[in-house]
Ligand binder design. Structure first.
Ligand SMILES: Cc1cc2nc3c(=O)[nH]c(=O)nc-3n(C[C@H](O)[C@H](O)[C@H](O)COP(=O)(O)O)c2cc1C
Length: 374
C-alpha cells in the first residue's frame, strides 16, 4: 500500500530507499552522569533501520546546550565513541542516520548548566516552559537566562562546528540543525523573543545572522552541504516564541539555507492535523519554494501525519518525504506496517522520557505474513 512512500529519494548526498523518515525524538535514556549514548539506544535505533532516514534525537552541542536530564550529548570523547556504536548498529542493519544538533538556549535549568550558572539566550526574558532536571522526571520552571554578549557568539557557532566534526567521526550520515521548537536558534530567529540591539537582533537580516552563520559553519565543518539539513517550526507558537510575520521570516531563512545548498529543509507543520492552522496551506509552500528556488534540496514535512495522509502529501507534491514521530515509538517496523496497511500500535506517553527498555526497545516487529491477514 501507499506506493508513493516507497519511491527512493535522493537527499543531498544520501540515498533514501523510502520516504518514511523518522523524526527526532528525545527519549532521555542516555547514561548518567556524562549524557553518554548506550546499548539500548543502539538497539532502539537499529530496530528502526528500515526508515528511509533516521533523524536521531536532539543532541546538545555543548554543556550549555543541555536543557533536560539524560539527553545524550555530542561534545565529549566518550559521547563520540558511544555514538559510533549507535551508527554502526544502524548501518549493520542497512540504515541511514543523521544527528540533530541542539542548543536549548534559555530552555534549561541552572541545575543542568556548568557551575549551576543561568542558561544563555538571545534575551534575558525567561522561557515559560518547564523542564525535568533529574531522574524523577518532575517538571521545574526554567531558570531565567543571561543574554549572550556579542563577543560570545563566535564561541556558540564554534560549538556547532565542533559537534559536527564529532558527528562525522562518529559515523553519522549527516546532521540536522535544530532551528525549531523554541530553542536557541529559534530564540534568535523570531521577533517575539529577539529584542537584541546588536547586529544579531532587530531587523530580519540581523535575526537570521546566527542561524545562517551556524549553518555555514556546520557545512564547512562537514565539508559537504549535501549532508546537512535544517529543522524549523514556523507556525508553532508557544508563549512569547512567536513571529509577527512567519511567512517572511522563514522564507528568508529558507532562502539563505538554500543558497548554502543544504540537503533538506524539515518543518514541523502542526502537532494536530484535526485542528490545522489555516496559515499552513500558504506559509509552508512559500517557505519550501524559497528554499528550493535558492538551490536547496528536498522538503521533509512532519506533524500528525497518518500513513494515508503521508502518501497523499507525497503524491500531490506537497512534500518529498514525511518524518513520522510518535508512530515510530511503538512501531519499530513502521515501513513494513505501512506497506501492509497496518496494524499500528498506539504510543504510551508515560514511557516517552526516561526509564529503560520498557516502551523503548521492547516492541516486537510484527510477523508480516500472519498479522497482515489477521
Ligand atoms: C517524545 C517526543 C520527543 C520529541 N523530541 C524532539 C526532538 O528531540 N527534536 C525535535 O525537533 N522534535 C522533537 N519532538 C517533536 C517530533 O519530532 C514531531 O515534530 C512531533 O512529534 C509531531 O510529529 P508526529 O505527529 O509524527 O509525532 C518530539 C516529540 C515527542 C512526542
Amino acid at each position: 500500500m501507499h506506493d508513493a512512500l516507497f519511491n527512493p529519494l535522493t537527499v543531498g548526498s544520501i540515498e533514501a530507499p523510502n520516504r518514511i523518515f523518522m523524526a527526532p525524538l528525545t527519549r532521555s535514556r542516555s547514561s548518567m552522569p556524562g549524557n553518554v549514548p548506550n546499548d539500548i539506544m543502539a538497539d532502539y535505533y537499529a530496530q528502526r533501520a528500515g526508515s528511509g532516514l533516521i533523524i536521531a534525537e536532539a543532541t546538545p552541542v555543548s554543556p550549555r546546550g543541555h536543557g533536560y536530564y539524560a539527553t545524550p550529548g555530542v561534545h565529549t570523547d566518550a559521547q563520540e565513541a558511544a555514538w559510533k556504536k549507535v551508527t554502526d548498529a544502524v548501518h549493520a542493519k542497512g540504515g541511514r542516520i543523521v544527528l540533530q544538533l541542539w542548543h536549548v538556549g534559555r530552555v534549561s535549568h541552572s541545575a543542568l548548566q556548568p557551575n549551576n550558572e543561568p542558561p544563555v539566550s538571545s534575551t534575558n526574558a525567561p522561557s515559560l516552559s518547564k523542564t525535568y532536571i533529574d531522574s524523577t522526571f518532575e517538571r521545574y520552571e526554567n531558570t531565567p537566562p543571561r543574554i549572550l554578549e556579542t563577543d560570545e557568539i563566535p564561541g556558540v557557532i564554534q560549538e556547532f562546528a565542533d559537534a559536527t566534526a564529532r558527528a562525522k567521526r562518529a559515523g553519522f550520515d549527516g546532521v540536522e540543525i535544530h532551528g525549531a521548537n523554541t530553542y536557541l536558534l529559534d530564540q534568535f530567529t523570531r521577533d517575539g523573543v529577539n529584542k537584541r540591539t546588536d547586529h544579531y537582533g532587530g531587523s530580519l537580516e540581523n535575526r537570521l545572522r546566527l542561524p545562517l552563520e551556524v549553518a555555514r559553519a556546520v557545512v564547512d565543518a562537514w565539508g559537504d552541504a549535501g549532508r546537512v539539513g535544517y529543522r524549523i517550526s514556523p507556525l508553532s507558537e508557544h508563549r512569547d516564541v512567536v513571529d509577527s510575520d512567519p511567512r517572511a521570516t522563514f522564507s528568508a531563512l529558507a532562502k539563505g539555507l538554500g543558497e548554502l545548498g543544504l540537503a533538506y529543509l524539515h518543518a514541523v507543520e502542526t502537532w494536530d492535523r484535526s485542528n490545522l492552522d489555516p496559515r499552513v496551506k500558504s506559509v509552508i509552500p512559500a517557505i519550501v519554494e524559497s528554499f528550493k528556488n535558492a538551490g536547496g534540496g528536498v522538503y521533509i514535512g512532519n506533524g500528525d501525519y497518518s500513513p494515508e495522509q503521508a502518501a497523499q502529501a507525497v503524491e500531490s507534491g506537497w512534500v518529498d518525504a514525511i518524518a513520522f514521530g510518535r508512530l515510530w515509538i511503538p512501531n519499530p517496523d513502521l515501513e513494513t506496517r505501512i506497506k501492509l496497511g497496518g496494524p499500528y500500535r498506539e504510543p504510551d506517553q508515560s514511557t516517552f522520557y526516561g526509564g529503560g527498555a520498557e516502551g523503548y526497545n521492547d516492541f516486537e516487529p510484527l510477523n508480516a505474513g500472519e498479522e497482515a491477514n489477521a
